[in-house]
Design a protein around this ligand. Structure first.
Ligand code: AHM
Ligand code: MG
Length: 332
């Protein structure tokens, strides 16, 4: 039995890969490689806590709610701190914005060229149910060096991202990222303690027959979604399989590996959609497009949406192009 998917990749760590790619990837500077490395270091710590869930109290709720009015778990806060702390010595990071903080954290008033957005623990309501959760990150450059309000440089559309990725803490811990030159996956080898290259230049497969949506919300979808759902379950569409984890990183990762489509439309409860543009939809959309898939809010490309606020929400559809276009043909 082979330990790794292909022998030539067996001993390429994420750090080595970032170093090697610097020669051929103009976006991937030494500073950006260091920043992605810092995130991977924090994620190894987060992975240790996730793997010991049940033995510690990290799945318990804190007494506070976040800016979205959602319950915060201890590990949400810990993951947030670990990520911010891992950047402490990185002089190139100016601002960090996360799901857990209402306002951006200004690490450096002047200097520093990167803005980092992250969801420290996506799907954390699933913690203690043994379901995969994840960290999502997006990196942009400051659009200008001086500003009076940080929002002037933070509210940039997703097409300005220079890197994005996620870490999924699942049956294995995987790191998937893009710097605009393909999508690559690394698996954390617990014996070595390093992320090792496991798939390079990933693309969505062509004929995934999987649809992923919280059908419990169907009563409050726009009618087009219900028409599409009728079609997906019809004989005409052929056998589709429904799969919905409720942890977006895990739903995305499955879609990337097995194909198909995911949708989280607007609902009565979340009329703007549930998922957050800056640190959920944008990074996922960048990865989806790099993997030759599609990501949209149903009308326009996610990456072209001009944000108006840091925590704004969007409807999100992603996956194989033809599957996303099929939904759009019903809803528009
Ligand atoms: P979170 O970032 O607070 O964990 O919320 C986002 C999560 C996504 O991971 C997932 O796609 C979605 O919420 C699930 O929502 P629902 O339970 O309404 O289906
Ligand atoms: Mg989230």
């Amino acid at each position: 039995m082979k330990a790794y998917k292909s022998p030539e990749h067996a001993l390429t760590s994420a750090q080595q890969f970032l170093l090697l790619e610097q020669n051929s990837d103009s976006h991937l500077t030494k500073e950006l490689a260091l920043l992605i490395s810092s995130i991977t270091l924090a994620s190894k710590h987060i992975a240790l806590y996730v793997k010991r869930d049940g033995l510690t109290d990290v799945s318990e709720k804190t007494n506070s709610k976040n800016v979205h009015g959602e319950e915060v778990k201890k590990l949400d806060e810990l993951a947030d701190k670990m990520l911010i702390n891992s950047l402490g010595l990185n002089a190139d990071v100016a601002i960090v914005s996360s799901e857990e903080n209402e306002n951006p954290v200004i690490l450096r008033e002047s200097g520093g060229k990167y803005i980092l957005f992250f969801d420290p623990l996506d799907g954390s309501s699933n913690l203690s149910s043994g379901i995969a959760v994840g960290t999502i990150f997006s990196i942009m450059e400051k659009s200008k060096t001086t500003y009076s309000d940080p929002m002037e440089i933070i509210l940039q559309p997703g097409n300005r991202q220079i890197a994005a990725g996620y870490i999924m803490y699942g049956s294995s811990t995987v790191l998937v990222f893009t710097t605009g030159k393909g999508v690559h996956m690394f698996t954390l080898d617990p014996n070595v303690g390093d992320y090792l290259l496991s798939r390079q230049n990933m693309t969505f497969p062509d004929n995934g027959k999987c649809y992923s949506i919280n059908e419990g919300n169907a009563h409050s979808f726009d009618p087009g979604y219900n028409k599409w759902l009728d079609w997906v379950k019809s004989n005409e569409a052929g056998p589709y399989t429904g799969r919905y984890i409720g942890s977006m990183v895990a739903d995305f990762h499955r879609t990337l590996i097995q194909g198909g489509v995911f949708a989280y439309p607007a609902t009565k409860k979340s009329p703007e959609g549930k998922l957050r543009l800056m640190y959920e939809a944008n990074p996922i959309a960048f990865i989806a497009e790099q993997a030759k898939g599609m990501a949209t809010n149903g009308k326009s490309r996610i990456l072209d949406i001009q944000p108006t606020s840091l925590h704004q929400r969007v409807p999100l559809l992603f996956g194989e192009k033809k599957e996303v276009e099929k939904i759009m043909s019903y809803i528009n």
